[in-house]
Design a protein around this ligand. Structure first.
Ligand code: 5GP
Length: 203
């Protein structure tokens, strides 16, 4: 069986990366899976341990790093976030496409551990539209919104480190773009070698 592909998705907060990826997963059932990250941040209302994140203490997180359990990790705000390597390795060994939705620091670190990873950066149509979306959520204070916009600008400056840029103007288009990218990666010669062999042998 061919090994699956690892797809890293990053975007400034408010660009809809979670929505885009969850729609892609729905449309490629059994093929694409999302890695569940580990974090030291507090659980938010509505979140479930082991589903949204594995919620751990800072000591536990550090222990996992020391034991070599993390594919990548980064400090974001006051908290640590990281990708446990075990489940990702298993899914890739089973030929699955695995999505990581992570911030840009971690995105950079993935490329070191997994140079073959496909990296997608989702951008908003404009910074003013991003501001409108962040305000529209109605969940953050003015100060928090300005801070998010400031972080968004610094993250946008790292977009060129990614292999593909997807604009999330309309959700449908962004979802289709991501599916196109995944499918084209799966059709690369390297991933089709087994198929070629199979066709020849079943002549
Ligand atoms: P939130 O606290 O809003 O759930 O996530 C904050 C940021 O951390 C988001 O940009 C999210 O994509 C990122 N993040 C979530 N999981 C991981 C991870 O495993 N590694 C890294 N590097 N970033 C992550």
């Amino acid at each position: 069986m061919n090994k699956g592909i690892l797809v890293v998705v990053s975007a400034p907060s408010g660009c809809g990366k979670d929505t885009v990826v969850s729609e892609v997963l729905k449309r490629m059932p059994g093929k694409c899976f999302l890695s569940v990250s580990m974090t030291t941040r507090a659980m938010r209302k509505g979140e479930t341990d082991g589903v949204d994140y594995f919620f751990v203490t800072k000591d536990e997180f550090r222990r996992h790093i020391d034991e070599g359990d993390m594919l990548e990790y980064a400090v974001y705000g006051d908290n640590m976030y990281g990708t446990p390597i075990g489940p990702v390795r298993d899914m890739l060994d089973n030929g699955k496409t695995v999505f990581l939705i992570i911030e840009v620091e971690g995105g950079g670190n993935v490329k070191k551990a997994f140079p073959e990873a496909t990296k997608i950066f989702i951008i908003p149509p404009s910074m003013s539209e991003l501001e409108r979306r962040l305000r529209g959520r109605g969940t953050d204070s003015e100060e928090a919104i300005l801070k998010r916009l400031e972080i968004a600008k610094s993250e946008m400056l790292r977009a060129e480190e990614y292999d593909f840029i997807v604009e999330n103007d309309k959700l449908e288009n962004a979802v289709e773009d991501v599916i196109t990218i995944v499918n084209s990666q799966l059709l690369k010669t390297d991933k089709m070698k087994n198929k070629i062999k199979e066709v020849i042998e079943n002549a």
